[in-house]
Each structure stands twice: as C-alpha cells, then as structure tokens.
Design a protein around this ligand. Structure first.
Ligand code: NAD
Length: 477
C-alpha cells in the first residue's frame, strides 16, 4: 500500500528544492472522503521565485540528447512504480484501480514518445534564393524553445495529462512551472520527484500547489511566463486567454461528445465500446460519450444491448479489482449531475438505467426520449450519463452533431465508406473516430478541439510545435 494512508505532507518543488509553506490544505481520499494527504499552499512570492528560477535554468545548456535521456529514464521509473502511482490515482481521483494502471502505462508512453521527439525537433530549408536579388543567400528555420511554460492541469487524468505537458515542454528545451489541480495534485508531485531522480537539471521543473484561481492570477501577472498550456474547463480557459495578452496560449477544454451508430454498424462492437466509454472514470473524461445518435431502424436492439452491458458494470470501491465505476470527484459534482438528470426527466426524458445517486457515487445512467436542447445534451455533463436519441438520415445527424458549442472528438460506427468520408469532411471536430466511440485516444496522435473545446494540439510532436517558436536564419554570402 502507498503511504498516502498515513496523511503525508507534500511541499512545493521550487528551484530543485522541496519547500514547506505556512499554510497547507487537505487532499481527500475520494472514496472514504477522509484526508489522504496535505499539500502546501503557495503564496505570490513562491510563484514569483518559481518563475524566476525556471527562467534562470534556461541559461544552463540542456542538449536534446540529454533531454531524451532524462525523459526516457523518467518513463522507465514510472513503469517501475506503476502500482504505486496507480494506487495514488485510485485514492486521489477515485479512479478504479484497473483503469488507473492503464493511465500510468499511457503516461509512461507519453514520456517515452516525448523523449524520442526531443531528438527530432527540426526546421526546414527556405528557398530565399529563388527571388531576384537573393541569389547569393540561403535560409533555414530553427525551432527554439518558447522559454518558461506555465502548465495548468485538470483533476481527471492527473498523471497522463501532466505528462502531456511536461514531456513535450521539456523535450523542446523549455522550463515548466506546473500547477496541478488542487483536488488531485499528488501524482504531479510524485512525478516531480521522479524527474529529479531521472536527472532533470535543477529549475527546469517547478511544482506549485494551492488555490487554483490565485496561483493562476499570479502566473498571468508574471511577465516572465512566456506561454500558458491549459487543460480544463472552458470558463477558466477563456479567462486565461483574456489575461495572457500576446503570449502563446494552448487550450484543451471540454466537450459534449457525440457518437453516431448507423444502421449498418456492428452492434455488438458499438454497444460494448459505448457502454465502456460513456462511464470510464465515472464519465469524467473530456471525450466521454455523452450524446448517442442511433439510426431509427436499429434503435430497439441497440438500446436493449446497451442497457444489458451497462447494467453489468460494477460500481464500488476504486481499490477493488472488480470495480468499473468509482465515486465522482466531489459531492457537489454528483449533486449537479443528479439535478441535470431530474430536470431532463421533468422535461420528458426516460431513465432506462441508473438515474440515482448514493453520496458521491452516481450510477451509470442511460436516458432516452431526450431532445437536443436539454441541459444533459447541450452542456458538458462530465458525469456517468449518456443520452440516446434516434435519427433518420445522414444529413440530419451530421447537423445535430455539429449543433454544439463544442468540437473535440466524435465517434461514428458504420461500414458505409461514403458516410464515413462525408462525416470526415463535415463533422466539426478535432478528431473523428470511425468504428469506435468518441473517447478513443493514443498518446502520439494530434489531439485537440475546435470551437469551445479549445485550440492548439497535444500529442508530443504537435505540442512541441506549440511550445517552440520558428526562427528563420538567412545567410548572405
Ligand atoms: P477546471 O477548469 O476547474 O480546473 C483546471 C485547472 O485550472 C486546475 O488546476 C485549477 O486549479 C485551475 N484553475 C482554476 N481556476 C483558475 C483560474 N482562475 N486561473 C487559472 N487556473 C485556474 O477544470 P477541472 O474541473 O479540473 O477539469 C474538468 C474540465 O477539464 C472539463 O471541462 C473537461 O472537459 C476538461 N478537460 C479537457 C481535456 C482535454 O484534453 N480537452 C482533458 C481533461 C479535462
């Protein structure tokens, strides 16, 4: 067992030192609701010192091969401690242990791919000599680090999404000031120790914990921060963009993900994947399936199969190997989901499965007879609730999928190549997944949304492009 059961106190990681603070706050075990750890609460001074030492660290050379070695080592150490990290995830997020192990393995992959990309950062030749008067010149571009990157991360995937920021930022030669979510910061703190052990030079990574809004404001006020990379809610994303001025901002925000099941789909495959991907991490996943559109001809059989598979999911203690669905992150979130479902029912929706709460648990829920304007469809539920609606034709369903403020990913189950190609062109999302649900991701693919789902891409190769500047060098002979 991890020592989190003994209420460990964690400091800030500033300039390569672990630092205690006057104030601390509790991190709860999301299953027992008891304190599992205490974290430091940073002041403005801590934030300023962290940014200054991140900037200072940039003066020391950190060559691409050295970055590769550190990130590879960190990946290897993470795999060696997979079980310890998975247990911390199960405790601080309430994520079922099997799913937690999967997240840690993916995070190790993210670090490994970032390490590999560190060796491949390159510019390109630019044929300036093709212009009259420039015959004696030649030019090429370099990709140079942006400098100090402030990384602000959400509660739901606190190992892998932190690695999606640290890996590319460090691979690109930047320094990082990381602000993990206050409700799930322990994995990020442990990752900092692991980076230190892997040989990361002092100052390249700072971890600041405490009040998200205050630390966010102090980072935004600090002109030595060159870029913000944020994953979280659209409200906070918009605030960061409005305050960041001319600095780079990369935003990975929410979604109300749609998945279409066409009349020619493999129904067993579709219902298995939708039952799984609507309720992973209690639905608290940005690409969790929220709106299912099923062709009217197969609606009854689809619903029967989906209900059957959903009913077989085990709700319970995240540490239990059998558990599929743990608690939500906090009581207020569970109550919000309960209220939204009640409102949908008052407006005519039917509860096919679930529809009930027990403390911080919300049971996996399928709603039918919904309309697209109900809150449960139009806004981001971020809980274990999926709505199933029918459609009759391809144009109609594409229009309904697009009738959303969001556009992160969508899924489409069909064997009709013509429909798949039409959807590829017309569905307004960062990613369309054919013959899987919206919630498919591997860590080296480009990942990021359009509309209110944000902008900028993650996936180490693509994040490195965001986290570097392109500089042109022109030589005159
Ligand atoms: P959140 O926006 O409440 O918090 C995210 C982070 O921002 C936390 O670290 C928090 O402390 C910090 N923060 C809070 N107020 C701030 C402020 N005023 N200034 C700066 N930082 C501030 O989001 P959450 O509840 O942790 O996560 C859920 C949201 O994240 C959902 O909308 C989900 O869709 C989204 N998400 C998106 C992706 C993606 O890749 N697109 C992945 C995971 C989660």
């Amino acid at each position: 067992m991890t020592n989190l059961t003994q209420v460990t106190q964690y400091g800030l990681f500033v300039n390569g030192q672990w630092e205690e603070t006057a104030e601390s706050m509790d991190v709860l075990n999301k299953y027992t609701q008891e304190p599992a750890a205490k974290i430091a609460v940073a002041t403005k001074d801590h934030v300023d010192v962290a940014v200054r030492s991140a900037k200072e660290a940039l003066k020391e050379a950190f060559a691409p091969y050295a970055r590769y070695e550190v990130l590879m080592k960190a990946s290897q150490l993470l795999l060696e401690r997979r079980e310890e990290f998975a247990q911390v995830l199960a405790i601080e997020v309430g994520k079922p242990i099997r799913e937690s192990r999967g997240e840690v393995e993916r995070a190790a992959q993210t670090l490994q791919v970032s390490a590999e990309e560190a060796k491949r950062i390159h510019g390109e030749g630019v044929p300036v000599e093709s212009v009259p008067g420039s015959e004696n010149r030649m030019a090429f571009t370099l990709r140079v680090p942006v400098g100090v990157v402030a990384a602000i991360t959400p509660f739901n995937v606190p190992v892998n999404l932190v690695c999606h920021k640290l890996g590319p930022a460090l691979a690109a030669g930047n320094s990082v000031v990381l602000k993990p979510a206050e409700v799930t910061p322990i994995c990020a703190i442990k990752l900092a120790s692991l980076m230190e052990e892997a040989g990361l030079p002092k100052g390249r990574l700072q971890v600041i914990t405490g009040d998200g809004a205050k630390i966010g404001a102090w980072l935004l006020e600090n002109k030595d921060v060159n870029m913000f990379t944020f994953t979280g809610s659209p409200q906070v994303g918009e605030l960061i963009r409005s305050k960041a001025g001319l600095r780079k901002v990369s935003l990975e925000l929410g979604n109300n993900s749609a998945t279409i099941v066409h009349k020619d789909a493999n129904l067993d495959q579709a219902t298995t994947l939708i039952a799984q991907k609507s309720f992973n991490n209690a639905g608290q996943v940005c690409i969790s399936v929220q709106r299912v559109y099923v062709h009217i001809d197969i609606y009854e059989i689809f619903l029967t199969q989906l209900k059957e598979k959903t009913k077989s999911l085990v709700v319970g203690d995240p540490m239990d190997e059998k558990t599929d669905i743990g608690p939500m992150i906090r009581l207020s979130e569970t109550e919000r989901v309960e209220t939204w479902v009640k409102e949908a029912v008052e407006q005519g929706a039917n509860v096919e499965v679930g529809g009930r709460r027990n403390g911080t648990f919300y049971f996996p829920t399928i709603l039918t007879n919904v309309n697209d304007d109900m809150k449960i469809c139009r806004q981001e539920v971020f809980g274990p609730v999926v709505s199933v609606a029918t459609y009759e034709n391809v144009d109609e369903v594409i229009a309904r999928v697009n009738d959303s403020d969001y556009g992160l990913q969508a899924g489409l189950f069909t064997n009709d190549l013509k429909f798949a190609m039409k959807a590829a062109h017309e569905i307004e999302v960062g990613g369309l997944i054919v013959n899987d649900a919206s919630a498919y991701r591997v860590d080296h693919m480009p990942y990021g949304g359009v509309k209110k789902s944000g902008n900028g891409k993650e996936g180490p190769k693509y994040a490195i492009e965001e986290m570097t500047e392109e500089r042109i060098i022109v030589l005159n002979l």
